[in-house]
Design a protein around this ligand. Structure first.
Ligand code: GCV
Length: 714
């Protein structure tokens, strides 16, 4: 039989058992490994597991280990309860190890939630130690061990020590209590329906497991545009039910609350944060919530933002608002996350000095040091709002004495809404690795948000996840990579985008090298491709910003108060944010960073129109004019998006049929959507500038027909 034929048969056989995959199991598929490899591995593995201690989390860890090894390697583990006298996996916290098995030399120096995996040999016996700094660490250690198995790495001789980069690794869900999800693209809420917690919460339990496998330890379960009734006494038990479902996975519940609650729910005539009755109300309410959910992680609050109640109603500051709530949470060890997404959405667009980008820094920098120690200011990655490319928020460098966390958007609001492939990890890393040069050169955003730069104990990562009831959680198979990527980066932001993409692909689609290489490359190129056809050069996503945030709508951002202006007219395009002639935004950065953005000569091309208003004929670093770059990049992006289709088709038979079909139809759609974006944006700029495309493409649409001019036959 000729070789290619054999290969094809093999590929078909190995993919066939995957038929019918929905994506529900995500990266925890635990697909059975190649039998030769599995047999090999089994020879060296213990057949018993001894959990030290019987708490909920240790039980989850033990059950997960048994499940994973059985599904992937066919290894059945007997559960023992005694300190092992024969070979065994031994799971426990450092404390338990020291108490019960002092003969094992387990590591010290793990940070909370960290773990140690170590194979110890004593004569003919082998012990595989999974030790955690705390119980959550044990669970995370088990997931790490299973990840290795699934990635095809041997676990015969383990010696791994890991601690998380930061203590806060949370997701926010923007789920409304009626079951809808703001900016959710994966169906209805897994938490709520009809203003109650769902009667069956198995999806919540499974979500908790997915989150725990990445080391995510907190989940806010309702929209930051918070319905105040979440704090009504008869509603709080519903929160308790959800907390119970997440508890076995070490995921603590967070509630989004509204500053106006003392008035709306409490019946007071005020929500003034400095009124003692308001403070007393928050205190009693926190006590009540903690009585129902003793391990609640805290509250998150959006105030004075997009119409939400805020301290400005009483002439108070954001610190006043945050602290009154934080003080109520403090006795319970709770945290208050206060969002820095505060801006005036009624800005006068005629005033060229107005600039929404300045808002977060202007609102919060003057308050630095005035927030209580259990307040964390939650800052979006960029100064505007999750656009396709933004500089790092200037506020990261503006808080020295205040805890901060970065907010990243996993749900693809402006990024193709789960209908287009955009792998966001490279974009997040561009921000996390960006050197803010505060307090000194060599201070990336990740160090600031993790509290490392100013030696603050609290801080970390928050991802807006918005998973829903769809089988695959994320709205499309490939969008799951973003949830996985967020979790992995939150654990270790030093991981490369490639490593994360490869891991996810292997865990989700298997270890076939062709599948891994193809999908990894598609993921890695996708942000840039999407940027090219939706809004390159720092223009931001040129979408319908007052509507659904999907599809091209260049005029929607202009001549209104929302402040997402690109200011394109007949002569030029871009926002002048320089100190010299513009809005002064660049002045919010450390001098070396400010200088880079301020000066056209060294401002990077991919942000040039974010910082400068330029005539269309200005030449960029590549010696191309602004207008020709806009044309070329849109054509380049659309062409590369169309290539996904053939790349994906090369995997036919190597990926299970159901997911193959789903992804193919998504990519075929995306190829068309990219072309539509390209033509809408380039035609608009042709009309605005009057400058033709040097390559003669713009404004011509060969092969395109007006639907209105067609006739229907048959
Ligand atoms: C939850 C953007 C989104 C809103 C979101 C808001 C926020 O404006 O479009 O849906 O509201 O950000 O982050 O608060």
């Amino acid at each position: 039989m000729p070789k290619p034929y054999l290969c094809a048969v093999f590929a078909l056989l190995s993919a066939s058992h995957l038929d019918g995959e929905t994506g529900y199991r995500g990266w925890l598929r635990y697909a059975h490994l190649d039998e030769t490899k599995a047999r090999d591995e089994r020879k060296y593995l213990p057949t018993a597991v001894v959990p030290l201690g019987g708490s909920l989390l240790i039980r989850s860890a033990q059950q997960e280990l048994s499940r994973g090894l059985s599904e992937m390697l066919g290894q059945t583990l007997q559960v023992g309860s005694l300190v092992p006298s024969g070979s065994a996996f031994v799971l426990g916290t450092l404390g338990e190890f020291h108490r019960k098995t002092p003969q094992f030399d387990v590591a010290e120096g793990l940070l909370p939630d960290g773990y140690r995996l170590k194979t110890l040999e004593a004569g003919t016996k082998r012990y595989v130690i999974v030790a955690g700094a705390n119980e959550r660490g044990v669970l995370y250690g088990v997931f790490a061990l299973l990840r290795k198995v699934a990635l095809g790495e041997s676990i015969r001789n383990l010696d791994v020590t890991e601690s998380p980069y930061a203590p806060i690794r949370w997701v926010n869900q923007w789920d409304n209590l009626d079951g809808s999800i703001e900016r959710g693209y994966a169906g209805r809420s897994i938490f709520w329906e009809g203003h109650h917690a769902r009667s069956v919460l198995s999806r919540v339990r499974d979500y908790g497991r997915l989150l725990a496998s990445l080391g995510v330890n907190g989940c806010s379960i309702n929209n930051v545009n918070a319905d105040p009734t979440v704090l009504a006494s008869d509603f709080i038990p519903e929160v308790g039910r959800i907390a119970e479902a997440l508890r076995p996975w070490g995921v603590q519940v967070v509630l989004a609350v509204d500053l106006g609650s003392p008035k709306v729910v409490g019946g007071l005539d005020t929500f003034d944060p400095l009124d003692p009755r308001v403070a007393a109300w928050w205190k009693a309410k926190a006590d009540e919530v903690y009585w129902a959910v003793p391990d609640l992680a805290g509250f998150v609050m959006k105030a004075d933002s997009e119409g939400r109640a805020g301290p400005s109603a009483y002439g108070r500051t954001h610190a006043d608002a945050a602290n009154v709530v934080a003080r109520a949470l403090a006795p319970h060890g709770g945290l208050l996350f206060y969002r820095a997404f505060v801006y005036d959405h009624h800005l006068d667009w005629r005033n060229l000095k107005n600039d929404r980008a300045r808002a977060a820094y202007e609102n919060f920098h003057p308050l630095d040091g005035r927030f209580d120690s259990n307040v964390v200011v939650q800052i979006k990655n960029g100064p505007i709002d999750f656009q396709v490319r933004e500089p790092a928020s200037s506020l990261f460098g503006g808080l020295e004495r205040t805890n901060q966390a970065i907010e990243l958007e996993i749900t693809q609001e402006y990024m193709g809404q789960a209908r287009q492939l955009v792998y966001l990890v490279p974009m997040w890393k561009a921000t996390l690795d960006f050197d803010m040069q505060t307090p000194r050169a060599g201070t990336p955003v990740k160090a600031l948000v993790a509290g490392k730069a100013f030696d603050r104990p609290l801080g970390g990562f928050v991802g807006v996840a918005n998973v829903g009831l769809d089988d695959n959680w994320a709205g499309s198979q490939l969008s799951q990579a973003n949830l996985y990527g967020f979790g992995r980066l939150a654990w270790n932001p030093d991981l490369s985008a490639r490593r994360i993409a490869e891991e996810w692909t292997r865990l989700t689609f298997g270890n076939d090298p062709k599948v891994v290489a193809t999908i990894t490359n598609m993921l890695l190129g996708s942000w840039r491709i999407y940027e090219d056809y939706t809004g390159p050069l720092g223009l931001q996503t040129l979408t319908d910003i007052t509507g659904n945030h999907y599809g091209p709508a260049l005029e929607s951002s202009e001549r209104n108060g929302w402040g997402q202006w690109h200011r394109a007219d007949a002569r030029g395009v871009g926002m002048d944010r320089s100190v010299a002639t513009g809005t002064g935004f660049t002045g919010q950065y450390a001098p070396a960073v400010a200088a880079r953005f301020e000066s056209l000569g060294i401002c990077p091309d991919n942000l040039v129109l974010f910082f400068h208003h330029l005539p269309y004929t200005t030449r960029l670093h590549n010696d191309e004019t602004v207008i020709q770059s806009i044309y070329d990049l849109h054509y380049q992006g659309a062409r590369r998006a169309s290539e996904y289709v053939s790349e994906w088709k090369s995997l036919e038979g190597r990926v299970d049929a159901e997911r193959y079909r789903q992804v193919l139809s998504q990519l075929e759609y995306q190829a068309g959507a990219a072309e539509l974006w390209r033509d809408a944006v380039t035609s608009w700029f042709l009309r605005a500038s009057g400058i033709p495309d040097a390559k003669g493409r713009v404004g011509r649409h060969p092969g395109r027909f007006e639907a209105e001019k067609m006739t229907l036959e048959g």
